[in-house]
Design a protein around this ligand. Structure first.
Ligand code: CA
Length: 516
């Protein structure tokens, strides 16, 4: 017995020692997950066969997106995910984690140091000099927000970082225009402009067209003169870069940022015919073909990950940067392309800001699940860093976003106590419902919009009125008071810029300063 006990004790000691030696020799690393952020431009909440509302709509019947369906089956669908109403504010929030009111890149960027003609020529408002130069990785650039970009943090943590597609982070001639200066190892086709001159390889993606140089897509010379659509070209190039990441045995961050489905609406001939047969008008048929081409790209990436046995250790996030375009350039009736949501791109209404969002995270996220919590684009920054296991990074900026990992793992399900903020002291150009300078807050089911030009306040209950058809501000003065205060406190806290009135020179007051 005693001998037996001694032997056992000895065995335990040997095992412990062995474990310790092994622990010292080679700590078992937790593999960093690969992360694919699949980011579509100007895609609306209903531009898919995946239903993001509680019922299928005619748009869900119209559009064909089998790979989004596949991703939804593998992951979690978010029905109330938000961006901002136009491109650059969303992209800068994504890459900095900052709310737009704080980073001040509140409108879309292109030319250095100047306000846009439609801002300068506005009838009643003078607009502030917002950060027209976009974001900057270095301190001291004028009219740019200095921040530590998301890909830089990931690169510093050992990731191979790939930018493919549309950048649109900074004005021409500034550091922010170049993805390689923002922490990306690879840049495929990204620069200052937010749209391509052409989607067609046969047209060299707009290169060589006189007077259109700033819109010509850079860096895809090998496809010039070939019959290939831009969506396909940047996907093929992205997959080549993934090969490189795999060869290097580095975890990768792929920012697959499509130019599609932004204007110019140019048909993707691989898919166009079936939409013409559905008797859509030609513009809407072309638009639908662009959606399906984007969806094919998603499928190609998912196929690649499966073929290389990377799918189990790769997170895929799907998101769009603003609501579907509806005020101009589309077929059919204006302001109806995001129904049941009101209006579209450029608007403070849901059609301008609510996005189709999906997340696949094997082992962490319940497949085929739906989350009705709400979140906003700046939340992606801390979320992706948490997914990558990056802790307490040294950052140049204050991060407003909140990680939605607890929503993904369903540790947290209720978001209703958290206010979300939008701030647009700018002019977009086209007209439409909810379009124009405004500040907005959502908390729980309530959403308050404050329009700067006429100091109009609108209040909606999104639970009972998703289409924002009934302004109930006069019926709920107490909620108007509460939300005005929350919104104004936020604007004061971040020192938000406001327009001023041309006739008086006075700044537009914060919403809790006006008399109702
Ligand atoms: Ca956009």
């Amino acid at each position: 017995m005693i001998n037996g006990k001694k032997t056992l004790a000895l065995l335990v000691l040997i095992l412990l020692a062995a474990c310790q030696t092994q622990k010292k020799k080679e700590p078992v690393p937790i593999p960093s997950p690969n992360i694919v952020l699949f980011f579509v431009d100007d895609m609306g909440w209903q531009d898919t066969s995946v239903p993001f509302w509680d019922k299928k709509t005619p748009f869900n019947q119209r559009y064909i997106t089998p790979n989004m369906e596949r991703l939804a089956k593998d992951g979690m669908k978010f029905t109330q995910a938000y961006s901002t109403a136009v491109c650059s504010p969303t992209r800068v929030s994504l890459m900095t984690g900052m709310n737009a009111a704080r980073h001040r890149v509140t409108n879309w960027t292109l030319k250095k140091d100047v306000l846009k003609p439609m801002e300068v020529n506005h009838k009643t408002l003078d607009f502030p000099m917002w950060n027209v130069n976009g974001m900057s990785p270095v301190e001291g650039d004028d009219r740019a927000v200095h921040a530590t970009p998301l890909p830089q943090v990931l690169k510093d943590a050992g990731y191979f970082t790939i930018h493919s597609g549309k950048a649109h982070f900074g004005a021409i001639g500034t550091p922010g225009e170049a993805p390689l200066k923002l922490g990306f190892d690879i840049n495929i086709a990204g620069h200052a402009a937010g749209a391509p001159e052409s989607y067609y390889g046969l047209q060299n993606f707009g290169n060589g067209k006189e007077g259109k140089e700033i819109w010509a897509v850079p860096g895809l010379e090998q496809y010039h003169g070939k019959d290939i659509y831009l969506t396909e070209a940047i996907t093929q190039e992205a997959l080549k870069s993934l090969d490189e990441a795999v060869a290097k045995e580095q975890p990768f961050f792929l920012y697959m940022a499509h130019y599609a489905v932004h204007t110019p609406i140019m048909g993707d001939d691989r898919f166009l015919q079936k939409y013409l047969e559905k008797e859509l008008d030609i513009t809407e048929a072309k638009y639908a073909s662009m959606i399906e081409g984007m969806d094919k790209s998603l499928g190609d990436i998912m196929d690649y990950l499966e073929e290389k046995n990377l799918d189990e250790n790769t997170i895929i996030l799907f998101m769009s940067d603003n609501g579907g375009l509806s005020a101009v350039a589309r077929g059919g009736e204006r302001h109806t392309h995001n129904k049941p949501l009101a209006s579209g791109k450029g608007s403070a209404y849901e059609g301008g800001i609510r996005e189709p969002m999906l997340v696949k995270w094997p082992g962490a996220v319940e497949p085929n699940s739906t989350n009705e919590g709400y979140l906003i684009i700046e939340d992606f920054y801390p979320t992706i860093l948490e997914m990558a296991g990056v802790q307490n990074p040294k950052l140049a900026q204050v991060v407003d976003g909140k990680s939605f990992v607890p929503l993904l793992t369903e540790k947290e399900t209720n978001t209703s106590d958290r206010p979300l903020f939008w701030h647009y002291p700018n002019e977009w150009g086209p007209d439409g419902p909810g379009v124009g300078a405004s500040s907005t807050v959502r908390k729980g089911d309530w959403k308050l919009i404050y329009f700067h030009e006429d100091q109009r306040i609108e209040l909606f209950n999104l639970k009972t009125d998703i289409g924002e058809t009934k302004n109930v501000s006069s019926e709920h003065p107490e909620i108007v008071g509460e939300l005005s205060k929350i919104l104004s406190d936020h604007l004061r806290n971040v020192n938000a810029q406001m327009p001023s009135y041309k006739n008086t020179g006075e700044a537009v007051p914060y919403p809790d300063q006006i008399s109702l």
